[in-house]
Design a protein around this ligand. Structure first.
Ligand code: PEP
Length: 252
């Protein structure tokens, strides 16, 4: 059955020294935890990957990059390739975060190339999808998510798709303090799982981890995670404090 996961996304926060300290603090807390069945991932800025990868126990905490290039290598100044990320010893990469989609104009075609390069380099993608506020107001949220999945992921074969984690993050809830209600989250996660069943099969859908993201915090995580199709969270702001992040990890 699918794995439950809590993944932090530090975004563009923390110096290297602060990042090492936070990773150590989180690891200390996870180490003491009795039930270690949920996976813990921290999504770090590129500059932290290599150093943090050397100091954490990968059995307790996995590491994700927050992006990778859509090109394999070459004259792309400032870019970081999937192969380079893999060489730091980490396991995951966040692809298609709404901030990448909106501030850096990343479309589904580009994101599909990133996913394929990540998989070719044995990185597991955490693929983010989610509707804009306008789309929700017009009741077009299912259409929006359907398009992102079809164009971003659904040409993968069964084996490739089984390495994907999906993160449903309604854009209107990211960093805004506004959270989807548990009912809204469950409704969308159920819809996503149904699409995966139709595109692949029931077994693959049952094994796909679908995370919720968008102002998830210690006070609402329990209620969100208690839904049958919500398998954990992608956490932004609340992943920057070890205590808050740990409380969320303990919310299953
Ligand atoms: C995110 O960045 O993926 C996110 C969900 O942010 P926040 O938890 O701060 O809304």
């Amino acid at each position: 059955m699918r794995k439950r996961i809590v993944a932090g996304n530090w975004k563009m926060n923390k110096t290297l020294k602060e990042g090492i300290e936070l990773a150590r603090e989180i690891e200390l807390q996870v180490e003491k935890q009795e039930d270690k069945s949920a996976g813990v991932i921290i999504g770090l800025p590129f500059i932290h990957l290599s150093e943090v990868s050397k100091i954490v126990n990968h059995k307790l905490i996995s590491i994700a990059a927050q992006n990778c290039s859509s090109e394999p290598r070459g004259a792309f100044t400032g870019e970081v390739s999937a192969e380079m990320i893999k060489s730091t010893g980490i396991e995951y990469v966040i692809i298609g975060h709404s901030e990448r989609r909106s501030y850096f104009n990343e479309d589904n075609e580009t994101l599909n190339k990133k996913v394929k390069l990540a998989l070719e380099n044995s990185l597991k993608p955490i693929f983010c999808i989610g509707e804009q506020l306008e789309e929700r107001k017009q009741e077009k949220q299912f259409e929006a998510v359907n398009k992102q999945l079809r164009e971003g992921l659904f040409d993968l074969d069964d084996e490739e798709f089984s390495k994907i984690i999906i993160a449903y993050e309604p854009v209107w809830a990211i960093g805004t303090g506004e959270t989807a209600t548990p009912q809204q989250a469950q409704e969308m996660h159920k819809y996503i799982r149904k699409l995966v069943t139709e595109t692949y099969n029931q077994e693959i859908a049952d094994n796909t981890t679908i995370l919720y993201g968008g102002s998830c915090k210690p006070t609402n995580a329990k209620e969100l995670f208690s839904n049958p199709d919500v398998d954990g969270g992608l956490i932004g702001g609340a992943s920057l404090k070890a205590d808050d992040f740990f409380e969320i990890i303990n919310s299953f």
